[in-house]
Design a protein around this ligand. Structure first.
Ligand code: ATP
Ligand code: MG
Length: 155
């Protein structure tokens, strides 16, 4: 399926606008003049990926924080990253957050609600697309999740 990832992101941002406002978190898409990003992917499932990543970036951000969705073009792939400037994830937890039901620091995660399934689903869906998710995090600075999808042919 040929999908416009830029449009998917726009729809997800609209859907999450309310919870972002409640936490005074703002969204930014870069580059800001980008109109379309065509990839080969399952639109519904990739929407689920974007919802989970962006929802986390809002939920675990600080009040007044930022979420930046960045698109990068490679020859055959589009690279998408979701970055926040929240508290980050301690290094010793980084390789476990993709496990089902795993949540960092029970108390903080608990007050935010959730089951610990979001990132396991993200990993599973991207795996089904022959892709994988990478995470980089600096405590106190923020977290970035990155993945690639195959570019769609020009039509
Ligand atoms: P669910 O997504 O099922 O509602 P959840 O958000 O707790 O619940 P995941 O999305 O799988 O589950 O995330 C796992 C854990 O990783 C979270 O509980 C949180 O502790 C940590 N985490 C995920 N994203 C971030 C982020 N952007 N910044 C800081 N911590 C994060
Ligand atoms: Mg989540």
């Amino acid at each position: 399926e040929r999908i416009d990832l830029r449009l998917v992101v726009e729809e997800v941002l609209e859907r999450l606008e309310k919870i972002a406002q409640d936490r005074k978190v703002s969204f930014k898409v870069k580059p800001d003049n980008l109109t379309e990003v065509w990839v080969n992917a399952d639109g519904h499932r990739i929407e689920q990926v974007m919802v989970n990543l962006i929802e986390n970036a809002v939920k675990y951000n600080k009040e007044g924080g930022k979420v930046i969705i960045h698109f990068n073009e490679e020859k055959k792939h589009s690279v998408i990253s979701v970055r926040d400037n929240g508290p980050g994830i301690p290094a010793e937890h980084l390789n476990r957050i993709f496990e089902r039901f795993y949540r960092v620091e029970k108390s903080r995660s608990k007050e935010r609600g959730g089951t610990g399934l979001g990132l396991a689903i993200v990993k599973h869906i991207l795996n089904g697309h022959g892709s994988k998710i990478a995470v980089m995090s600096k405590p106190g600075k923020g977290t970035t999740f990155t993945f690639k999808l195959d570019k769609a042919e020009e039509v």
